[in-house]
Design a binder for this molecule. Structure first.
Ligand code: MIC
Ligand code: SF4
Length: 661
C-alpha cells in the first residue's frame, strides 16, 4: 500500500507501536526547539534527568517571547538558558534573532526529520516537509534526553488544494478557510497533509503559514511534501544539502479528504474570540478599527514584510490607528532594511520592534478598552492581547495593510480602486541574507560551564501519588473552548514562568480571580480541587504551566466534555487525571462549590476499567465519567507524574514498571 508523506516520515522514526493499529505510537525525535517562556522549565526538568549532553541531532533554545526584559527576571532566565545551552549541547538563538518557528525554518529545519517543540506552533516546520509537533516542556526535555515521543496513532486528513490563488488572496486565507470548514473542535489525533496541484503555487513560507495555524485546528501537526519549491527555499538559505525529495505515493491512502479550490478563495477574517469564527472580509467591511499589528510566527516572513512595504509605499496609515510592524527574524529585518522596504514601512507610520513574539502573546501593544485590533497572528482568544474587552480580528498581511490605510476593515482587493495600488508581485529571493551572528553554537567542553540561576528560578514542584479516592470540591466550572490562555495567562506574567509558586497565584485570573486562593485554602485542609470544563478544554498553547500550576494548587482531576491533545498530555505528565463525561448532558449536574467523591479511582486506573462514578454529595446524584488512557499514561498518573516516574523507576521501560495498589 502506498504511503503519505507523514506516514513515510513516521515509519522511519517509529520506535514503539504500530502505524496501522493500537492507540499510540512512539517516535524518535531528531530536532527539538524550546523558547524562553517554556524553555526554562523544560531545562530545569532536563537537569533532573541526569543526562550529560542532549542526544538529538539538533536542539535549539530560542529567546523570543520575553524579550521586553522588564525587571531582572527575564534577563536572568535568559542567562540561565544560555549557560544551559552551552553546558548541555544546544544552540542558543539570542533575543532579537527572531521567533523560534521562523528561525528554525530558515536556519535548521530539514525535510524528512522529526521536530518536537515546547510551543504549539512547532508545526510551522511542516512547511518544509518535517513532522513537527508541539508538546509540553517536559516531553521536550525527555526528547532532548533521547527518549521517544508518544502521540496518538494518527489518522491522515488529506487536504487537496487545486487551482491558484487570485491576486490579494493569500496562504493565510487558505488556512482561515480550512478553519472555517473544520473548526477548532473535533480534530484531535489527525495529521493534516496537503497535496494536489495547488501546492505547487505556494512557496515554503506560505506553506509554513498554513501549517503554523493548523495548530488552531487541534490536529497533531500539518505537513507539505518536499519538492522543487522546498529545494529552491533551502538553496536560497545556502542549505541545499539538507534537501531531499519527499512526496506521497500515487496510491497513498488518506483517512479522509477535503478539497479546496484556491481559485475560488476570497480574503477571509477570523472574528473575536476564536480563530474559527471566520467570515469573508467583505461580510464585515467598514467596521472602524483602532490598531493594526503585522508580525508573529504566522506572517512574519520576508515576503509578508515586503508586500506590506509595497502596499504602503509612499503612503501614510490612517491617523486614527496605531500601526505595529514586527519582522519574524533578523534575516527578514536585515533584508527589508537593506533593500529599503523597512524604511517604507516606517515612513508609513509603523511602530517598529525587534524580531520577537511581542503583541501576539500580549507582551506589549495591548489595545485600548473595547478597542478593535486587526492582526496577522494566529490566535484571538479572549484576554490574550492583554485587554479583556478588546476585539481581535485575524487577517493576512495584505488585508492588514489595507485596513491600516483606511482605518476600517477593508478588503485588499479594493486598494486599486481606493488608492490606485496594484497587487505587488513578490517572489522568494534567489538568496537570503545569511547572518547567524546571534546564534551561539554549543560549547565544546560543556562540563566546564557553570549554570547561572537567578533568584526567580525556583525548582519545579514534585507530584504526589494518585490517592485511593478523590474527595473534594468543584473549585471551578468553566464553559466550552477554555484555552490555556484562560487557565494560565501569559503577557506581563511571563516573567514568572520559572517560578511556579508565584505564577500559580494567577491561574484562571481572567475567568475567576478567586480560583487560586480558594484552591490553596482547600489544599491546606486536605480537600482535593476539581476543575470542570466543556468542549475543547485546554485548546491553544502548549504551555505546561496550565497543568503544572494547577497541580501545585492541589488540582487532582479535570472533568470535561473533551480535552485537547497537548493539554491532556500535560495533565498526565503532572499526575492530573483527565476525565470526560460519559453523557455530556451531565455537565449540567455539577456546579462550582459542589462537594464530590470519586471512590476507588486508583483501583480503576490500575485495572483500566475506563470508568469511574462521581458522587455529587451536594446534589445527591451520581455521574459516570470515562477515561481512555494507555498503559504508559496510567502508570505516569498513578505515580504522580512523569518526573516522579523517572526518579522512581530510572532506567526501566514502561512495560517493566509494575505499580501496586
Ligand atoms: C502561544 O502562542 O500561546 C505561545 C506563547 O507561543 C505558547 C507557548 C507558551 O505559552 O509559552 C504556545 O503556543 O505553545
Ligand atoms: Fe510567539 Fe505568537 Fe508564535 Fe506563540 S503564536 S510562538 S507567541 S509569535
Amino acid at each position: 500500500m502506498g504511503l503519505t508523506v507523514a506516514q513515510k516520515i513516521l515509519k522511519k522514526h517509529l520506535v514503539d507501536g504500530d502505524l496501522l493499529s493500537g492507540d499510540e505510537i512512539g517516535i524518535k525525535i531528531d530536532h527539538t526547539l524550546t523558547q524562553d517562556a517554556t524553555g526554562t522549565m523544560a531545562d530545569l526538568q532536563f537537569e533532573q534527568m541526569g543526562v550529560e549532553r542532549v542526544k538529538t541531532e539538533v536542539s535549539v533554545s530560542y529567546i523570543d517571547h520575553k524579550t521586553i526584559q522588564m525587571g531582572f527576571e527575564d534577563a536572568d532566565d535568559h542567562k540561565y538558558l544560555q549557560t544551559f545551552a552551552q553546558k548541555y549541547g544546544l544552540y542558543l538563538s539570542k533575543p532579537g534573532n527572531g521567533i523560534c518557528h521562523q528561525v528554525h525554518l530558515e536556519r535548521f529545519g530539514r525535510p524528512g526529520a522529526t521536530l518536537l517543540g515546547s510551543d504549539s506552533h512547532t508545526p510551522t516546520g511542516g512547511g518544509i516537509g518535517m513532522i513537527a509537533i508541539g508538546a509540553g516542556g517536559l516531553d521536550v526535555a525527555a526528547a532532548m534526553a533521547g527518549m521517544p515521543f508518544y502521540m496518538p496513532r494518527p489518522k491522515i486528513l488529506g487536504i487537496k488544494l487545486t487551482g491558484k490563488l487570485n491576486d490579494w488572496v493569500t496562504a493565510k486565507d487558505v488556512i482561515l478557510k480550512v478553519l472555517q470548514i473544520l473548526t477548532t473542535k473535533g480534530n484531535v489525533g489527525w495529521i493534516a497533509e496537503y497535496f494536489g496541484d495547488g501546492i505547487k503555487t505556494l512557496s515554503v513560507p506560505e506553506r509554513a503559514t498554513i501549517t503554523n495555524m493548523g495548530a488552531e485546528l487541534g490536529v497533531t501537526t500539518s505537513v507539505f511534501p518536499s519538492d522543487e519549491i522546498t529545494r529552491k527555499f533551502l538553496k536560497a538559505q545556502a542549505r541545499e544539502r539538507d534537501w531531499i525529495p519527499l512526496e506521497a505515493d500515487e496510491d497513498a491512502k488518506y483517512d479522509r479528504v477535503i478539497e479546496i479550490n484556491l481559485s475560488e478563495l476570497e480574503p477571509m477574517i477570523a472574528q473575536p474570540h476564536s480563530p474559527d469564527n471566520v467570515v469573508r472580509v467583505r461580510d464585515i467591511e467598514g467596521l472602524e478599527i483602532d490598531q493594526v499589528c503585522v508580525g508573529s510566527c504566522t506572517n512574519s516572513s520576508y515576503k509578508d514584510g515586503k508586500i506590506v512595504a509595497e502596499i504602503l509605499s509612499g503612503k501614510v496609515v490612517n491617523p486614527n490607528i496605531d500601526f505595529v510592524y514586527i519582522a519574524g527574524s533578523k534575516q527578514v529585518a536585515r533584508m527589508l532594511a537593506d533593500e529599503g522596504s523597512l524604511s517604507k514601512i516606517i515612513a508609513a507610520g509603523a511602530r517598529y520592534f525587534e524580531p520577537c513574539c511581542g503583541f501576539c502573546i500580549g507582551a506589549g501593544q495591548a489595545p485600548r478598552n473595547n478597542g478593535v485590533s486587526i492582526r496577522t497572528n494566529n490566535r484571538n482568544f479572549f484576554g490574550r492581547s492583554g485587554t479583556k474587552t478588546a476585539k481581535i480580528y485575524l487577517v493576512s498581511p495584505e488585508t492588514a495593510a489595507a485596513c491600516a490605510l483606511t482605518g476600517k476593515i477593508t478588503d485588499p482587493r479594493d486598494l486599486e480602486k481606493l488608492f490606485g495600488i496594484s497587487h505587488p508581485k513578490v517572489d522568494i529571493p534567489e538568496s537570503f541574507v545569511i547572518d547567524d551572528s546571534r546564534i551561539i553554537p554549543p560549547a565544546f567542553e560543556g562540563e566546564k560551564v557553570e549554570l547561572y540561576k537567578g533568584p526567580n528560578i525556583v525548582d519545579p514542584p514534585s507530584g504526589e501519588e494518585l490517592p485511593q479516592e478523590i474527595s473534594g470540591v468543584i473549585t471551578g466550572k468553566f464553559g466550552d473552548k477554555i484555552t490555556t490562555d484562560d487557565i494560565m495567562p501569559a503577557g506581563s506574567l511571563l516573567k514568572y514562568r520559572s517560578n511556579v509558586p508565584e505564577y500559580s497565584k494567577y491561574v484562571f485570573m481572567n475567568r475567576d480571580p478567586e480560583f487560586a486562593k480558594k484552591c490553596l485554602e482547600n489544599k491546606d485542609k486536605g480537600i482535593h480541587n476539581i476543575i470542570v470544563g466543556g468542549d475543547s478544554y485546554g485548546q491553544g498553547s502548549s504551555r505546561e504551566h496550565a497543568a503544572l500550576c494547577p497541580m501545585y494548587l492541589g488540582v487532582k482531576v479535570v472533568i470535561a466534555k473533551a480535552i485537547e491533545r497537548i493539554h491532556r498530555a500535560n495533565l498526565i505528565n503532572f499526575g492530573i487525571v483527565p476525565l470526560t463525561f460519559e453523557n455530556p448532558d451531565d455537565y449540567e449536574k455539577i456546579e462550582k462549590g459542589d462537594k464530590i467523591k470519586i471512590e476507588n479511582i486508583r483501583k480503576a486506573l490500575i485495572e483500566n476499567s475506563g470508568r469511574v462514578i462521581l458522587k455529587n454529595e451536594t446534589k445527591n446524584v451520581e455521574i459516570p465519567l470515562n477515561f481512555h488512557l494507555t498503559e504508559r499514561e496510567r502508570k505516569i498518573i498513578l505515580v504522580g507524574g512523569t518526573m516522579m516516574l523517572a526518579k522512581k523507576y530510572a532506567g526501566m521501560s514502561f512495560k517493566e514498571i509494575e505499580i501496586k495498589e
